[in-house]
Design a protein around this ligand. Structure first.
Ligand code: OAD
Length: 231
């Protein structure tokens, strides 16, 4: 079976109704990124940051995967598929993808403030206990915080992601502006025989030497077109 790797970003979930970050009207226009998505922002005002992610988590209960998520999952019938996502939502999993690497954490999980990557401290949140509260403790006794990789923090899942990209026969990048590293640097690990596709309705800056085929459509229509190109 050929190895098919997806690298997805906020545009993957846009058709499900979740805002992207950098498009006009995107999340970083409404909330200062340094305040709600950096480790310094968390230390400056943990209550505000915890509330911001509590609100995002509640919104996630009302959204469903789009056709694009479903088509990504469907590729498992013909390929050995790994999804590497920068998204903190769980829509790939809900759509049926079985191997998903979350580079930037997971909204439905919480962890320790002291040791955020300690697997013993990571817990899954579910209704009716979706909110993280001030004073709520992780297993190591520190304040429970969202399991999100903030700016200024290490990205431990980048190593397994690199290994997957190195093995890819086909790499499909969907809905990311490729602004944030180390995620954006993953394309450089594709081997010389790997065919790279990009699905995004807008222009995205990438290294022209990578020979990328740009399908200039949204995630769902773009995945339909890709299916036709791959068979
Ligand atoms: P961005 O908001 O930077 O980029 C979203 C991309 O999706 C853009 O290139 C859009 O053109 C594209 N797009 C919009 N609608 C689309 C659609 N229907 N189908 C396909 N593509 C569409 O989001 P990311 O690149 O994911 O990190 O941002 C990367 C990281 O920056 C995020 O994971 C987040 C953010 O700060 C953290 O919070 C740590």
């Amino acid at each position: 079976m050929k190895k098919l790797v997806f690298l997805t970003g906020a545009g993957m979930s846009a058709e499900s109704g979740i805002s992207t970050f950098r498009d006009s009207g995107g999340l970083w226009e409404q909330y200062p990124v340094q305040q709600v998505a950096s480790i310094e922002g968390y230390w400056a005002n943990p209550e505000l940051v915890i509330q911001f992610y509590n609100d995002r988590r509640k919104q996630l209960l009302d959204v469903k995967p789009c056709e694009g998520h479903r088509l990504v999952a469907e590729m498992e019938s013909a390929y050995d598929v790994t999804v590497i996502t920068q998204n903190v939502d769980n829509l790939h999993e809900v759509a049926g993808s079985s191997k998903v690497i979350h580079l930037h954490g997971e909204l439905m999980k919480a962890t320790s403030t002291k040791n955020p990557n300690d697997p013993n401290c990571i817990v899954t949140l579910s209704p009716p206990n979706l909110d993280i509260k001030m004073g709520q403790k992780a297993k190591d006794g520190s304040q429970l915080r969202p399991f999100i990789v903030w700016f200024g923090e290490s990205v431990p899942m980048i190593e397994p992601a690199i290994e997957e990209v190195q093995k890819a026969d086909i790499l499909v990048v969907i809905g990311t502006s490729l602004n944030v590293y180390p995620a954006a640097g993953l394309l450089a690990y594709a081997n010389s025989h790997c065919k790279i596709y990009l699905i995004d309705p807008a222009e995205v800056k990438f290294d022209p030497s990578l020979g990328i085929t740009h399908i200039k459509k949204g995630a769902s229509a773009g995945m339909e077109e890709l299916k036709g190109l791959l068979c």
